[in-house]
Design a protein around this ligand. Sequence first.
Ligand code: F6P
Length: 319
Amino acid sequence: MKTIGILTSGGDAPGMNAAIRAVVRTSIYHGARVMGIKQGFAGLLEGDIYEMNLSSVADIIHRGGTMLRSSRSDEFKTEEGLKKAIKVLKIFGIDGLVVLGGDGSFKGANSLYDAGIPTIGIPCTIDNDLGYTDFTVGFLTAVETVVEAISKIRDTSSSHGRANIIEVMGRHCGDIALYSGLAGGGESIIVPEVDLDMDGIFKKIINGRNRGKLHHIIVLAEGVGNPYEVGKQIEENTGLDTRVTILGHLQRGGTPTTFDRIIASEMGRKAVELLLDGKSGKALGIKCNKIINPDFKEALLIKKEFNTNMYETAQILSI
Ligand code: F6P
């Protein structure tokens, strides 16, 4: 293996740059060339590729987003797209590929692996929706952003005696809502993994108000319900004034936390060393503080488990 390619795909995640830096620097450290593929699989199909050096990745460890840019490519998912991608990789002399992204990107990476291209995946998504790993790069940074927002919204919620609904991202996974709800001291957490109990929420609001509580923060995972509808129901059933904040893409940016930078760096190094060692078709992850590397196929089959214990803790503490 002489030349390693790297691309970032799907929704960007804070820490992607730290992982790019680690892949580039570890490759050069071991005497390999490294080619940056811009705009994910779409850029691969277009041959938007350049050679990276040590200074290409200077001053990026602390930056959110991805310096290689990202995309979601429909063309790559077709048989012709895959063939074209393999052709381009050959033209640029890329012997192995590191793909940074979430489950969709890993499926693409696995197709390339099945087609004979040595490939390794680094899990980068704010959603934390991959079952085989405790954490994905970017998740805890997004949670930090949400916790900060909750604290600010709580100030105004208390001043006005309102119920504030904060919609967070996560696609089909409630982890951002769960972790930020617990860490931010939210009163109610609504996630796809737990049946919605509006009556329970009304009761909690009324009980809280009766004992002089001034705010009520509801952290709602996107896609579970319409936040404005939830607000309307709260107003109708509790008489409390409500406001909605949809945090949206704010959660995807910002400087990565220390933890995200560290796991991105460790996984970036590991990805390169696995490829140089002749190993591929693997998804990197972190389990009990250890970097793991199951096969893509095995990793993608593991269903994400919801942390019901953490949910219960949040429920108990927000009584
Ligand atoms: O997968 C990351 C994510 O931010 C999800 O939480 C969200 O549902 C989706 O991407 C938004 O995608 P886009 O950036 O294409 O609007």
